[in-house]
Design a protein around this ligand. Structure first.
Ligand SMILES: Nc1nc2c(ncn2[C@@H]2O[C@H](COP(=O)(O)OP(=O)(O)OP(=O)(O)O)[C@@H](O)[C@H]2O)c(=O)[nH]1
Length: 438
């Protein structure tokens, strides 16, 4: 298709007229009419001069008339040349040049418009298509010749088609529109059948022959397809992530359960390894380990540390009278009583049989007081199965100079001394007294 043909003819003519007029106005000879006026003035001027110079009767004779015309033509020849031929030749050349310039400009504009990536469609106020560039031909699958002059709504599917004329009329009457100057996504019609998505930007411009709307159209089918594919891929990915997350959460929950179970087993194992199975008090091995730690601290920092060894009085009788199981229950209850009484920093363990040990921070006097407090507490406690019971206590203070085992031995001796001295009493190395003692 010849490019300039695609532009609306009236618009071309208007532009031609504008461009031509502009060039002529710029020249010294603005119009043929002005040349004609100059020619007439010269003709009548010379004719008048000849009439005045020559006697009147001779004017009527044919030879004279011939001479008159000949003189007139000879006299006016330079005037013809200067005032008629040259201006006309200049006018024609200028007009031809202006037309050529206009044509070149139009060719250039058309090429630019046709080379645009986006489709460009110009419509008038009635919605009739006045320009349709090459990209628009490609996008809509129709040659410009097939759509020029037709209503733009022929390129739209329903419901846009039915709404478009009303939209234009409303805009003409109210001046209100949402689309001018804004970009929006719409549906268009390719080859009159295929509905496809477009992105449309509309601008408007006022021309001598009325308002024009310029639509810039981009086929976004591919983008939409890509977006849809991307959305689908995203959805699938999200689904996979969700199911994988669920799987991981399950695995995680199972792992957490396993870890919790392991921790529970470890704690249980630790408990088995460190506590006495019957009473729940620390066992002898754990006590020995903690004693070594505390003894090291004592040696480093000099903080006073003492030991209480105590033993249930006449426990054999309990076993003999109530049975071994009741004896066990009594030991469990006794340990429970001690646990609720002692501080967390005190280390309480079963030493063996019905004998218990307490490692406590404090000097002999302070821990003697503690032993007495425990003694009176036990003595006042009613054991459901057996009633009242008493215990005997031996208290000794560790020193950084004495060997650790010696102090334990001392506490043991003092415990036996308490037994020997009548039971239900506390013996300590030095002559200690305690306000708590009863
Ligand atoms: N039920 C029970 N009895 C125990 C346990 N360990 C030791 N005994 C008993 O505790 C009793 C300790 O008796 P003895 O050493 O004669 O001392 P006792 O009868 O308490 O008399 P004194 O200590 O001199 O007051 C024994 O009969 C042991 O069998 C135990 O774990 N459970």
């Amino acid at each position: 298709m010849n490019a300039p043909e695609k532009l609306d003819e009236s618009a071309v003519n208007r532009q031609k007229a504008d461009l031509g007029g502009e060039n002529i106005r710029k020249s010294n000879f603005s119009a043929p009419s002005r040349v004609l006026i100059v020619f007439l003035v010269w003709t009548f001027g010379i004719d008048l001069m000849l009439s005045l110079l020559l006697p009147n009767p001779q004017i009527l004779s044919w030879p004279f008339a011939f001479l008159h015309v000949a003189i007139l033509m000879i006299a006016l020849a330079p005037v013809y040349y200067l005032s008629l031929y040259l201006p006309l030749r200049y006018y024609v050349r200028t007009s031809r040049h202006a037309t050529q310039t206009l044509q070149e400009t139009l060719d250039k504009v058309q090429k630019i418009v046709d080379s645009a990536f986006d489709g460009i469609i110009v419509i008038n106020e009635q919605g009739h298509i006045e320009a349709f560039n090459a990209a628009a031909e490609k996008i809509f699958g129709q040659p410009a010749a097939a759509v020029l002059g037709k209503n733009i709504s022929t390129l739209m599917p329903e419901p846009y088609r039915s709404q478009h004329d009303a939209f234009l009329a409303r805009y003409a009457s109210t001046g209100k529109t949402k689309i001018i100057g804004e970009g929006r996504e719409l549906k268009a019609l390719r080859n009159g059948t295929e509905v496809f998505p477009i992105e449309l930007h509309v601008t408007e411009t006022d021309t001598q022959s009325g308002r024009r709307f310029v639509g810039t159209i981009r086929d976004i089918s591919r983008r939409k397809r890509d977006e849809a594919e991307l959305k689908l891929a995203n959805e699938k990915l999200e689904e996979r992530v969700a199911s994988r997350t669920a799987e991981l959460e399950q695995v995680n929950a199972a792992l957490n359960k396993e870890i919790a179970e392991r921790k529970r087993i470890e704690a249980r194992l630790h408990e088995f390894a460190t506590t006495d199975a019957l009473t729940g008090a620390l066992n002898r091995r754990e006590f020995d380990r903690l004693l070594i730690n505390e003894y090291e601290k004592l040696k480093r920092h000099g903080t006073p540390l003492s030991i209480i060894l105590f033993d249930v009085d006449r426990f054999k009788q309990v076993n003999d009278r109530y049975g071994h199981l009741v004896g066990d229950k009594v030991l469990v209850e006794l340990a429970q009583l001690l646990k609720t009484t002692l501080r967390r920093s005190d280390i309480f363990a079963r030493w063996g049989g019905e004998e218990f040990v307490i490692l406590a921070h404090g000097n002999a006097q302070q821990i003697y007081c503690l032993a007495e407090k425990i003694r009176t507490l036990i003595a006042a406690h009613v054991f459901p199965e057996v009633g009242y019971l008493t215990c005997s206590f031996g208290v000794a203070e560790f020193s950084d100079k004495a060997a650790m085992m010696n102090t334990i031995g001392t506490a043991d001796k003092l415990l036996y001394a308490a037994k020997a001295n009548g039971r239900n009493r506390t013996e300590v190395e030095s002559d200690e007294s305690c306000l708590l003692a009863s």
